[in-house]
Design a protein around this ligand. Structure first.
Ligand code: CP
Length: 304
C-alpha cells in the first residue's frame, strides 16, 4: 500500500511497525540536532482544504525533520477559488515533481477518490466526518506511552461521535490493538451505524467514566452541526462536560485526552485540560514522531 487513507486499511502489524518507527523518531527529535537526512530525495505537498493548526504544522515539521522538500497549499488562497477542480489542482502540483500528498478535505472519501486519479502517495489528514488516521495513531501511541500498552485498556470516546473522524479512526485503531471501546454522548450525536462497530454505547457520562481507564473528550463540531441534532451548549456541558469535581468523585484516576482544538468550558473545563491527568499536549508532541514514521514508511515504498 502506498497510501494512508484510513485505519480501516491497516492491520495490527502495520500499527506496531508505525509505533516502533515512531519510537526511533521520538528519540531523534529529542536530540540537539532534531533532523535526519532520510528523505532528502522526496518532495511532499501539504494540501489543506479545511482549517488546521496541529495536523498541518506537525506534518510540516515531521517532513522537515526527515529533510524532505515541503510545499504548503491552503485552498482559501488558491486557484480553487477560481473554480479549479481537485484533480486538476493536484495534477498541476504533481507536475512539479512532487512525490507525496498530505491532504485534509471536508468531503468524506476525498483521499480515496484522489488516490484513484493521481500518481502519488496520499496521506489522509482528515476527510470530513470519515477518518483521521494519524490522529488515531498518535492517540493510541500516547495511551501506550502513558499506560504501557493499549491492549486490554478501556477507552471511552465522549461527545459528538456523529461528526467525528477522530472517533471512527480511534474505534478502528483501538479495536485492532485489543482495547475495549465505549462511546458516550447525547443520543442525537451517536450515529445509527455504531451498533455495527462492536463498541459499547452509554448515555450516562458518570457510568462511562467509572468504567474507563481513558476518556477521549471530543470537540463539539459546531461547524458540522445541524441545529436539530444538538442539545444546547449549556445542556451538553451539564450532561457531558467534564470538570475537576466530577473527576475527583470517580472511583479511580483516569487519563483525559482531547484531539484539540478545545472548546474550554464545554467538553472540559480548564482545570481538567491543564491538569496532570490530561495528556493533551503529549498527544500533540507525539503527533510529530507518528507523522515522521508514517511518511518515512510510505516514502520507503516510493524509493523501491
Ligand atoms: N486534532 C486536529 O486535527 O487538530 P487540527 O484541526 O488543528 O489539525
Amino acid at each position: 500500500v502506498n497510501h494512508l487513507l484510513g485505519i480501516k486499511y491497516l492491520n495490527k502489524k502495520d500499527i506496531q511497525l508505525i509505533f516502533e518507527t515512531a519510537d526511533h523518531f521520538k528519540e531523534v527529535i529529542n536530540r540537539p540536532i532534531k533532523k535526519v537526512p532520510s528523505l532528502r530525495d522526496i518532495t511532499i505537498a501539504n494540501l489543506f482544504f479545511e482549517n488546521s493548526t496541529r495536523t498541518k504544522l506537525s506534518f510540516e515539521l515531521a517532513e522537515k525533520r526527515l529533510s524532505a522538500d515541503v510545499i504548503n497549499f491552503s485552498s482559501g488562497q488558491s486557484s480553487v477559488k477560481k473554480g479549479e477542480t481537485l484533480i486538476d489542482t493536484v495534477n498541476n502540483i504533481l507536475s512539479m515533481k512532487v512525490d507525496m500528498v498530505v491532504m485534509r478535505h471536508p468531503n468524506p472519501g476525498a483521499g480515496v477518490f484522489l488516490s484513484k486519479h493521481v500518481n502519488a502517495s496520499i496521506v489522509n489528514a482528515g476527510d470530513g466526518a470519515h477518518e483521521h488516521p494519524t490522529q488515531a495513531l498518535l492517540d493510541s501511541y500516547s495511551i501506550r506511552e502513558k499506560l504501557g500498552e493499549v491492549k486490554g485498556k478501556k477507552v471511552v470516546i465522549v461527545g459528538d461521535i456523529l461528526h467525528s473522524r477522530v472517533a471512527l479512526s480511534n474505534i478502528f485503531a483501538l479495536q485492532l490493538q485489543g482495547a475495549q471501546v465505549m462511546v458516550c454522548g447525547p443520543k442525537t450525536l451517536i450515529p445509527k451505524y455504531i451498533d455495527k462497530l462492536g463498541v459499547k454505547v452509554e448515555n450516562n457520562l458518570i457510568k462511562a467514566l467509572n468504567w474507563c481507564d481513558v476518556a477521549n473528550m471530543l470537540r463539539v463540531q459546531n461547524e458540522r452541526m445541524d441545529i436539530s441534532y444538538f442539545p444546547s451548549t449549556r445542556e451538553y456541558t451539564q450532561q457531558f462536560g467534564v470538570n475537576k469535581d466530577l473527576l475527583n468523585s470517580l472511583n479511580k484516576e483516569i487519563t483525559i485526552m482531547h484531539p484539540g482544538p478545545i472548546n474550554r468550558g464545554v467538553e472540559i473545563t480548564s482545570d481538567v485540560a491543564d491538569s496532570k491527568q490530561a495528556i493533551i499536549l503529549d498527544q500533540v508532541q507525539n503527533g510529530v514522531a507518528i507523522r515522521m514514521a508514517v511518511i518515512y514508511l510510505l516514502a520507503s515504498k516510493i524509493k523501491q
